[in-house]
Design a protein around this ligand. Structure first.
Ligand SMILES: Nc1ncnc2c1ncn2[C@@H]1O[C@H](COP(=O)(O)OP(=O)(O)OP(=O)(O)O)[C@@H](O)[C@H]1O
Ligand SMILES: Nc1ncnc2c1ncn2[C@@H]1O[C@H](COP(=O)(O)OP(=O)(O)OP(=O)(O)O)[C@@H](O)[C@H]1O
Ligand SMILES: [Mg+2]
Ligand SMILES: [Mg+2]
Lengths: 164, 165, 164, 165
């Protein structure tokens, strides 16, 4: 039991270091056990060092850096023990354009083994999808599904923005 | 294994019967604020056996039943079905297609079905145990929840690692 | 002391109802004291009903609806007791295009009395600003201020997205 | 009354002297993830007398001093100055322009100045007391914090209402 935890931990730790560096386009990350002699109760410490920066406390990282670090950890876990499908609700909210591009590339890669259902407001994420559904509330308070193409969605949101 | 489709009726803001078909790759769900996108996620969690009203943003389990709007009356029950392609036998069931159904009435009475056969909630949760399916922070990340894994105590993170071990 | 609280509460309550309906383009909202007989300790309950929907528990509202409700409360307070300047860090992250348009219109209105410093990733918010500063890290780990025009910013982020 | 400019040196990622001039209307601050935008907000909070390291995302007050990068060594102190237009005498000081300065050394020793006159931290916090300036959820909303006012207990919300009363 403890040994399986140790093996699982080492595997994820190795992947996390790789995925982090790819997602950030540089930098380093690591996972450490807070209590290596007590595998049944030890916590796991996350060390993240974005490119060009010194390793520092997670709390000092920016909102977008934290989101990307958390996503990198999730993807590291998925590489070790893939799950058939993954539902992500607006995990891209805090990311800038460059990080969003790297994320969509990762999703494309992972989607060969894992099915993704992604709720998003971000255009780049929509461009990376195979299929897109729109949810609207034409009738007050009642959700309705509409099929939507990216060009129509862009046009519609632009006209909403302009027309008010 | 992958999801084939989600069917909802009376679930939260989905008063009318709605069917979403999924593709093996990436499905994006988009729309205005408050249109019902996160409710789709809640629907998936709920049909997989979620028992905490709080995880579904409610205060009691009855909150998942469409409770009316300016234009509509509340309804008396809700039902969600999730159909999965099980050709690779990832789920320990002798079916190539598995359809999970959950229904609840305002009385609180709940009904559960696997391929239209009545079963207990326990049968559904045990079916998905150890697959990682439906687990927050592993196969599902809720809105605003991406930061949780970083902001929690280092001991709280064990859950994902133990899931893999 | 209790009376001043009661007056302040009533004033904010009135404004909140107005601002909410304007920000959401409809709907209603209210504030209620949890313990009206104990003004020194009472809590304040928030009731929010987006357009077309029934009043419901705040937790059932969507991410964007919650953000807009919180912003409406902030603006209601600013109407009663204006503050000289207000710093908002990515409060627009969860809003769709239509809500973002209404928010920027409100900011424009309020900015006559209150100075705003707004950190944002959203194009519409940038378009609503009088002046825009860019922060970059050309040298690793060291922040640098650059003046930036909206067209350059758009071009730059588009090329970052395309060029990777 | 409004802010005229913010000057920072050695504060968090602003290793070099940086000056931001503000306009009376709306100033937008943009840039990539991790570039230092929220650090600007932290700078404003800090110079106004913030005493909680946690509110500045640090674990100790020393965390606000630039601690080096791949290309630079750490520095020994940091200093932030905020200049305000006080023509309307909103602040109870007989100056039409007020410049608040805060400096801290790695030793923890702190220095404070109003219009370049040494003063105590107390003088700064009292200057802004009851103006609402610098108050989280009132004149400052931190990143990811917009939801706080809704998710807190109904008693916790009193703070803003009492500020106004
Ligand atoms: N039982 C219910 N009956 C009717 N409406 C409900 C019920 N439960 C939730 N809702 C409504 O569903 C809406 C929330 O939907 P949801 O959270 O899915 O929005 P969303 O599309 O994710 O929006 P956002 O982009 O802002 O996150 C709310 O307006 C809420 O009032
Ligand atoms: N004392 C310090 N010395 C050096 N760098 C620091 C210090 N404190 C924080 N930083 C760095 O500043 C960066 C965070 O900056 P900030 O939070 O301002 O980013 P941001 O521009 O708001 O990004 P986002 O768009 O993701 O929110 C982090 O990478 C952090 O490592
Ligand atoms: Mg949502
Ligand atoms: Mg930030």
């Amino acid at each position: 039991m403890a040994r399986r935890f140790a093996e699982g931990f080492e595997a994820i730790r190795h992947e996390f270091s790789d995925v982090f560096t790819e997602m950030f386009g540089g930098g380093e990350a690591d996972l450490r056990l807070t209590d290596p002699d007590n595998l049944l109760e030890t916590g796991i410490e996350i060390i993240a060092q974005p490119p060009g920066k010194k390793p520092q406390h997670l709390n000092l990282l920016s909102g977008g850096e934290r989101a990307l670090t958390a996503i990198a950890l999730l993807f590291a876990v998925l590489r070790i023990k893939p799950v058939p499908f993954c539902v992500l609700d607006e995990v891209d909210a805090a990311l800038d354009e460059a990080n969003l591009t790297r994320l969509t590339r990762f999703l494309r890669e992972f989607s060969k083994k894992t099915q993704f259902i992604i709720i998003t407001h971000r255009k780049q994420t929509m461009e990376g999808a195979d299929v897109m559904y729109g949810i609207t509330m034409e009738e007050s308070g009642v959700s309705k599904l509409v099929s939507v193409k990216l060009e129509d969605y862009e046009q519609k949101t632009a006209s909403v923005a302009a027309g008010e | 294994m992958h999801l084939k489709r989600l069917e909802m009726i009376g679930f939260k803001s989905f008063a009318d019967r709605t069917e979403l078909g999924f593709v093996p790759g990436i499905t994006a769900v988009v729309g205005p604020n408050g249109s019902g996108k996160s409710n789709v996620t809640d629907g998936i969690r709920w049909v997989l056996g979620e028992q905490s009203a709080k995880s579904l943003r409610g205060s009691k389990m009855e909150d998942v039943i469409f409770n009316g709007s300016e234009s509509r009356k509340p309804v008396g029950y809700c039902e969600v079905s999730l159909t999965l392609d099980n050709t690779d036998q990832h789920l320990k069931l002798d079916y190539s297609e598995v359809r999970i159904t959950r229904r609840v009435y305002r009385s609180g009475e709940g009904q559960y079905f696997i391929n239209n056969q009545p079963c207990r909630l326990k049968d559904i949760t045990e079916l998905f145990m150890d697959t990682g399916i439906g687990k927050e922070a592993y196969s599902m990340i809720g809105q605003g929840r991406i930061d949780d894994i970083l902001s929690g105590k280092s001991e709280d993170r064990r859950a994902i690692f133990e899931e893999v071990a």
